[in-house]
Design a protein. Structure first.
Length: 400
């Protein structure tokens, strides 16, 4: 990698056991913003993680790793874990204990030692001048607490496998929406084709290892952004829990309303910029079509033929599941199913974004769950275009 570029590496490390795979992502950029450069294939060992970092590092690199890098304690929690839990536990972002009794040969500690031997230095105590580049930097981070702080979340996003596959997909959809909002943050995660492709992957097509790999990739992307955020703001808007002797965790400082936004006029912030209409449009994503509704409302219909419908008025946003029914053999009419209303009175932009995003994700999951798979063409087909169990209308015409 060219020494003229600053790189920011994020690693979601499977440090407890190498039976699981790790994920990594690399951003490159400057103070005007960073772009996604690459994401890793599943990394199956600590050695593969080390080699990935070596392949993308220079003297200006900051690497953020989701795993305990310094772990001298034999039992209990590290002090940094207690401090993070005290600050963020009420928002569901408490830490699990890590110690040498539970993990006598932690891969994360071996990774940190290997990177330090390569010339990396730990982040605590570094000045802005140090971060400007003379040797690469590593830092331990905790994405759940970081996302709570970055986006001022009332609680963590539930996108891990333990919540079940349906909730995991909903949570990943919500996480992707927040990542997309970083395009308007200070510093910005700039839009790019690679980022659009990553955030546009059809979650319904992912199962098993592919779904876990995608989750790891998004986690590593968050870690890479934390590295970028730390490099950009330093101690002004980041803090360390713990120290170099007992272990530490780097985290953005919690700010009401979430991450600062660019002064050049993109709006007031993730979930706050623009009107309710703008917030709803971003939550629905693309493709999106708009129609004039009754009484001055606006209908926003996302997906093809449709997944989620939002009806926006001056007083509320109503979310509906897209639904069509046949009235006779040739007439298909829309008969959308109400899911929930968000009343705008007294609601902040942050809360509006959170509520609408969650409703949209749940509704989209429910709509996609009603699709059938045709045994002939193998496509996932909306229920209104299924001829019967296991056969779509098109294939029914051809085969029957």
């Amino acid at each position: 990698m060219s020494p003229h570029h600053t790189s920011f590496i994020g690693v979601d490390l499977a440090w407890q056991s190498e039976r699981n795979t790790s994920g990594a992502a690399v951003l490159t950029g400057s103070r005007s913003g960073a772009r996604l450069a690459t994401v890793s294939d599943p990394l199956t060992s600590i050695d593969e993680v080390v080699n990935f970092v070596r392949a993308h590092v220079n003297e200006k690199t900051v690497t953020a790793i989701d795993a305990p890098l310094i772990m001298p304690n034999r039992t209990g929690m590290r002090p940094c874990e207690r401090l993070v839990t005290k600050r963020y536990g009420g928002r569901h972002a408490g830490c699990h204990p890590s110690n040498r009794s539970l993990y006598p040969d932690a891969g994360s500690v071996r990774l940190a030692e290997a990177l330090v031997a390569d010339g990396h230095v730990h982040a605590p105590g570094l000045t802005a001048k140090d971060l400007a580049g003379s040797q690469p930097v590593i830092a331990e981070v905790y994405p759940h607490a970081a996302m709570v702080a970055l986006f001022d979340l009332p609680y963590t996003i539930k996108y891990k496998p333990k919540w079940g596959i349906a909730q995991q997909r909903v949570g990943l959809a919500i996480l992707r929406d927040y990542i997309g909002d970083l395009a308007f943050a200070e510093p910005p995660l700039l839009e790019s084709e690679s980022l659009r492709e990553l955030l546009g992957i059809d979650l319904e097509s992912l199962r098993g290892r592919a779904l876990k790999q995608y989750e790891d990739t998004l986690d590593s992307l968050i870690c890479a952004y934390i590295a970028f955020y730390f490099w950009y703001w330093g101690e002004e808007k980041t803090e360390f829990f713990g120290d170099l002797d007992t272990g530490y965790i780097l985290n953005p400082i919690l700010t009401e309303g979430g991450v600062p936004t660019i002064e050049s006029g993109h709006g007031a912030g993730p979930g706050q910029r623009g009107s309710p209409m703008e917030i709803v449009r971003r939550a629905l994503g693309h493709p999106l079509r708009e129609e004039a509704g009754p009484d001055g409302t606006i209908l926003l219909i996302a997906g093809v033929p449709g997944d989620v419908v939002a009806v926006v008025s001056e007083s509320k946003v109503s979310i509906l599941e897209f639904s069509q029914e046949w009235q006779g053999p040739y007439t298909l009419v829309e008969n959308h199913i109400p899911v929930g209303d968000v009343h705008l009175s007294g609601l902040s932009g942050v809360d509006l974004k959170r509520l609408v995003t969650e409703l949209v994700a749940v509704t989209r999951e429910r709509r996609r769950g009603s699709f059938g798979k045709c045994e002939y063409c193998k496509k996932s087909v909306p229920p209104e275009f299924m001829h019967g169990d296991g056969v779509c209308q098109g294939c029914a015409e051809r085969h029957f």
